[in-house]
Design a protein. Sequence first.
Length: 343
Amino acid sequence: MATKSLLISTAFLILLSACNKKENTSTATLPEVAEHAETKTDTLQTDETSKKESIYLFNLMPKDSSDVAFVSLSDIYPVSDEKDTLVLPNIEKMGKYDAQYFTFDKNYRKRFLSKTNISETDSMFIYDYAKNKQVSFAVKNLKTAAMLNGYSSEEDWPYHNYDFMIGFEINKKYLNGFSEYYRDALVYVGKENPFSKERLKPIAWKKIAKKDYPSKALKNDDRTFLKNTVTGNTYFYKTDSHEYFLQDYLDSNKIIYGRRLLVVDSKSKNVIIEKLFSQSEGTSPSPLNYENGENSVDQWTGKLFKNKPEVVFGFEYVSFGCPSISVIDKSNEEISIQCDNRH
């Protein structure tokens, strides 16, 4: 049980960290086997879903030391109603051990697909942005399964509906070459692959003088939040399309309390997005790339999606809730990873 908790906790805390190893692009289609803005349309949606996303992304996690990887969709398929016998079968009849992980029969699978608006003709697309590796699976050939979440154990027997994550299982043999614990993998289920084939760039920060940071005034709430801090290091990164500026803010112990990100259009010099990443009960600033070694990469940018502007992400670790991806345009859109965080 300790191993399971460690793996899932690791997946939550370092979902958006990565190893920067240069490898060739590999796209394989397998045989059929801070500030948040609401967006307008749903790809996957249930009646219970309160926050609408323009695209639903999920994460991938290993199941113990077995040959199975698991994608939980419980964030869009709530299972808290103990009286709903169509969500899960009778757990007590299954027994303490067999109930910890099991696949669905036809009726429970049909209910799950219906409530998540997933069709048997859809596909699951998995993209590891650190390795630039993509694979896809036909939904009709994926098993639907339920797995006891990482914060529950045998001591919680008899288990409740809300103790389970529900989603799809994948054989690990199809995921060779992916990042450790699949921590850099994003999952989408639908008709078409939303992921771009352009490789994301790990941000290589360069220290600059504070005077070179853009003179855009802090937002009132951010100014209040940072009133007891002093400025620390200032960083810069540039691509053909954007300039990235990052300012550290230190507390009285000279520890990083927050970081302010400005992304500027390289041609017009206009600020496109402004983000503040801070220390709190549920978040902490992530290390800057390569601070902990040449393979330590957290911040990424580039063309992640075919039909969206470029993105940037990886500035904070999240212990409560799930991390998000910032779209670089005036919409200020944040795309959350549906990470099924029970913490």
